[in-house]
Design a protein around this ligand. Structure first.
Ligand code: THU
Length: 159
């Protein structure tokens, strides 16, 4: 038996430590929580993506009485961006969540399905996506999906 060790390093930033573009993206994700339709979980999630051409797309979680039919904020934003700008790499993705009026202190990590989709978008454009997970206590930053999804299934695994 051999050990297969996986280590991930992420960084926590104060909002004031982020560059202006990242700060704006986080603010856009916070604003996007207002578009959440979450009558079941009452958990409002917003996401914002920045494309290479500078355009920002936002999304929010959309729920449905048939639970699996809903969609997370991250995929709502990513799919909208990819559908309207199919040639534009996604450079960054910010996520924010609140319960009622209060943003969570600890950032929420994207669910497994969203991580897989982020991974697919990175592969599609051969460009890592800077992921900014907002919490009122700090912004957790992952340089690409790899630290959040180190052993992932991708296109190349089928060849
Ligand atoms: N949700 C997101 O939108 N993004 C995440 O990263 C985690 C969870 C949504 C899905 C559902 O509407 C609600 O939060 C509770 O799971």
């Amino acid at each position: 038996m051999r050990e297969y060790k996986i280590e991930s390093t992420l960084h926590i930033y104060e909002m004031s430590e982020l560059c202006a573009a990242d700060r704006e993206l986080v603010e856009a994700a916070k604003q996007a929580t207002r578009g959440s339709y979450s009558p079941y979980s009452k958990f409002c999630v917003g996401a914002a993506v920045r494309l290479q051409n500078g355009v920002v797309f936002t999304g929010a979680n959309q729920e449905n009485a048939a639970f699996p039919s809903g969609l997370c904020a991250e995929r709502t934003a990513l799919f909208a961006a990819n559908a309207q700008y199919p040639d534009q790499p996604v450079l960054a993705l910010a996520v924010a969540a609140r319960k009622g009026r209060r943003y969570l202190v600890q950032p929420i990590p994207p669910c497994g399905a969203c991580r897989q989709v982020i991974s697919g978008v990175e592969d599609r454009f051969a460009t890592p996506i800077r992921i900014l997970l907002y919490g009122s206590g700090g912004v957790l930053v992952s340089e690409g999906i790899s630290p959040l999804l180190p052993l992932r299934f991708a296109d190349g695994d089928m060849r």
